[in-house]
Design a protein around this ligand. Sequence first.
Ligand code: FES
Length: 568
Amino acid sequence: MAEDNREKKLTSYGDAGFSKFIRQAFNRHLGFDTEDFNKPVIGICNTKSEINRCHAHIGPLVQAIKNGVLMAGGIPLEFPTISLGEINTSPTTMLYRNLAAMDTEEMIRAQPIDGVVLIGGCDKVTPAQLMGAASADIPSIIITGGPMNNGEYEGRTLGACSDCRFFWQEYRGGKVNEQEIDAINKALAPTAGHCMVMGSASTMAVCAEAMGMMLPGGAAIPATDNRRLQHALETGKQIVQLVDKGIKPSQIITRKSLENAIRMLVAVGGSTNAVIHLIAIAGRLNIDLPLSLFDEISKTTPFIANLRPAGKYQMEDFFKAGGAPVVLKELENLLHNEELTVTGKTLGENIANVKCSETYREIITPFDRPLHKEGGIAVLKGNLAPNGAVIKPKAASKDLLTHKGRAVVFSSLKDLEERIDDPELNITADDIMVLQNAGPVGAPGMPEAGMLPIPQKLLKEGVRDMIRISDARMSGTAFGTVILHTAPEAAVGGPIGLVKTGDIIEVDIEKRLLHLHVTEEELENRRTVWNPPLFEERGYTQLYQKHVLQADQGCDFDFLVQKPNKGL
Ligand code: FES
């Protein structure tokens, strides 16, 4: 198996013998002898970057993976791919997720490796790596750098980035002073690792476990805990076994294993971003994952993890409670337990002996005593979102789950920035804020702008939540009554782009309704004077705008989604 894979990847000189000869000559600098290269060669796809602090610490983990590969009789070779850090990448990492996925896929495909360990951690890296691995389809295991430890300020646990947002809002509202916000800033991200609430990074890690692409228990181990090194070592050993058995992502990532991942997503109150990413991963293997499936699964899955931003605890606590394997054990009766995983065993076999400790029942509740009887994602439809929109009802205000209000429209991010704190802005707490042109094509890149800031004048009156609707995303660490991913987006002619200030919008989460009270005739009139936005004139952004799919289709590029085999 190992040798076959590398034989397929000989450099094209038109002379296979010379290709092998020159490759051996050049690879001797690694210190390996000829026979060593007959062993399974394991690529370690490393996204380490000092600019991306969520990955800055992964050097020792990479070394542990290498040690594991060597112990199991393989040859580990590290290679770099694009690193995407949420905080330091502009305008938004989502613009580059597909680029990272292409980089991952093509480097796996091009290089003479038999298997790959993918290591990263920040929000977009895990999905990009899974998308790339799914398309390249050689034996692969994913591991992350792990979450940060809890922060603390004045006896209160701090979580990045839920508390970044919470305290900034309090600061803007005048409840936190300069000195306090400075002290909080210093305590928000206290250790190495990715965000330690159930944000997008943690969500994608637990989903990777549930779909079988990560060794059990790996998602929740804190970045600073020795047990993560052990997990990395085991990952290195296991990838050699996977190569030996010839187990590929296409055997692990199936419609059923993705349904398991969706169960996990909704049971832990995970990030809405995972909806887009899971659809994109599925698309790489020609698996249809309609938005309606997320809603269906959410309605039939109990909400059992008490984690911020929808709950109380953070990843460090989740780890103590047993992490993803305990959630899977609780959900056992709802899962496709026969699905194959990177352990070489089925999901059911992996969790057969998992115990749920009573000590931590407040963090992961039993299946029959859930925090809520339904999961954490709802999919809305209506004339404002014909192809759907999503909301995290558990992170929303109960009194806003059914609401009819006047739209206050911002036509772009720039417009929002310029007017949001204008004392003359005509807005009340009962109004519904609408942000247009912040979707995949429009922004471009669908930034995490969906949690529109509450206008300062309302903050000062004590308002802390309002209904906000957009074609943007929001950070998995964010919260509020925020309706996202409205599709089609404004920039491709979606109805959200036709809303005007003063229109009446009706939201009913229970009925899954998002309705604009404007007649079809009037919408048609507005459509005739609507102009599509101009595309970028060159480069990657132009490629992105021309080829990105809408949110309900996973925002992958149309040319990267696997097409069904048409046959003859
Ligand atoms: Fe990287 Fe939050 S900024 S996970």
